[in-house]
Design a protein around this ligand. Structure first.
Ligand code: AMP
Ligand code: GLY
Length: 419
């Protein structure tokens, strides 16, 4: 079976790694991919935003399944166009992708469907004065969010009035362009964060291991929000009763409501949760695999990923392709370029990969480039080091032992992942 993966990060590398393990031995293609993915998937030289060319390629090459990584493409309707052309795709329609592409839509959706989430107000740029007044008078801390897609960088948790006002002025002033023209201001929730990924076929779903990701750039959860600096799974304190509540209060009502709206969800529904006491609240929905959550939840599950994703894509989820939860644990540490998530430099030689691999880890590429027989940095998040072991402690130790072997100028990483 021929499969096309769309995307170029560590998440897509993990997806390719998982899919190629299927007993069906799929032939993988990737657009655009990266040097790590190209070791197992054939590169496709088509701009991913060119939907017509993607469809033409899939038809000509008899692609049976397309797996879409990035949210931007989903919110632009790539899944709709592929489906309209008879091509199976693991990823939601443009309308269902609104759950991530518009936080204002997602909040309203949750409110209408009784799904627990923080109290909030939505303001458009035309309501700037009202927004400023609201922020001046509301108890702190307050969370200010760009409604549109902002690659994890559109959220400010403001501890002071000044920070809240500055965030609001920034968004309305256009720092994130259109994404910040509408703003969600919400109540701060104190608790433990958790990522839950559910694979859905429109009506049915299965959940993967609960994961924790580390969004802040610096140790101790300080610094700017990033695309993610590390992750681990499973999360040991998530027991059956909490999982039950997550199913009943969040996942089931969400999937059922999307069906009722006539926009059934096909793909990976990612619920970013805050657990307050014993109660789960939704901080955000994403409509695709998390990055770096995919890098930890895929390697520890015993699954035939091709059957799982392929069956979900055609509305007949094969639950049995995901066998009993694995007893393994995974830890992922992101090696980033100095400065990320703000300005950073690239083009530095990467060494020590072979030494790192001797620790029995997986190395998922994100921002790398292969040139003149060597590997070079080419992005903010460069490499994801992932270790799988029978205990989280062992996974963490192996992950860090390997991470230390890899060298490049400006290499930056958090030392407190899974501690
Ligand atoms: P989001 O993109 O909406 O998940 O927000 C990014 C990060 O900001 C989350 O992972 C949380 O750490 C934090 N955050 C978002 N909303 C809230 C909230 N209502 N209360 C506390 N922290 C939040
Ligand atoms: N790890 C956060 C995200 O994928 O959005």
């Amino acid at each position: 079976m021929r499969v096309l993966i769309i995307g170029s990060g560590g998440r897509e590398h993990a997806l390719a790694w998982a899919l190629i393990r299927s007993p069906e031995r799929p032939r993988l293609f990737v657009a655009p991919g990266n040097p790590g993915i190209w070791e197992i998937a054939e590169p496709v030289d088509i701009p991913v935003a060119d939907q017509r060319e993607i469809v033409r390629f899939c038809t000509a090459e008899r692609i049976r399944l397309v797996v879409v990584g990035p949210e931007e493409l989903l919110s632009q309707g790539i899944a709709d166009v592929l489906r309209d052309n008879g091509i199976a795709v693991f990823g939601p329609s443009r309308k269902a992708a609104q759950l991530e592409a518009s936080k204002a839509f997602a909040k309203r959706f949750m409110e209408d469907n009784g799904i627990p989430t923080a109290q909030y107000r939505v303001f458009s740029v035309a309501e700037r004065e009202a927004a400023l007044r609201y922020v001046e008078n509301h108890p702190l801390p307050l969370v200010i969010k760009a409604s549109g897609l902002a690659a994890g960088k559109g959220v400010t948790v403001a501890q002071t009035r000044e920070e809240a006002l500055a965030a609001l002025e920034g968004l309305f002033g256009g720092v994130l362009g259109q994404a910040g023209e509408t703003v969600v201001v919400e109540e701060y929730l104190a608790g433990e964060e958790l990522s839950i990924l559910a694979l859905c076929d429109g009506a049915e779903y299965v959940v993967l291991a609960p994961a924790r990701d580390y969004k802040r750039a610096l140790e101790g959860d300080r610094g700017k929000n990033t695309g993610g600096m590390g992750a681990y799974a499973p999360v040991p304190w998530v027991g059956p009763s909490l999982l039950e509540r997550i199913h009943h209060r969040i996942l089931q009502p969400t999937i059922q409501a999307l069906q009722r709206y006539g926009t059934p969800f096909v793909g990976c529904l990612y619920a970013g949760l805050m657990i307050v006491g014993d109660e789960p609240y939704v901080l955000e929905f994403n409509v695709r695999f998390g990055d770096p959550e995919a890098q930890v939840v895929l390697p520890i599950a015993e699954a035939d990923w091709l059957t799982l994703l392929g069956s979900a894509a055609v509305g007949r989820l094969a639950r049995s392709a995901l066998r009993a939860p694995s007893r393994q644990h995974a830890c992922c540490v992101v090696l980033a370029s100095a400065g990320y998530p703000e300005a950073y430099r690239t083009g530095f030689r990467i060494t020590g990969v072979e030494e790192a691999m001797q620790h029995g880890v997986l190395l998922f590429h994100a921002g790398t480039r292969w040139e003149n027989g060597a590997l070079w940095t080419a992005g903010g998040r460069v490499l994801h080091v992932v270790a799988v072991a029978p205990t989280l402690e062992e996974a963490r130790q192996r992950c860090y032992a390997a991470a230390e072997c890899i060298q490049f100028e400006g290499k930056t990483y958090r030392r407190d992942i899974a501690t």
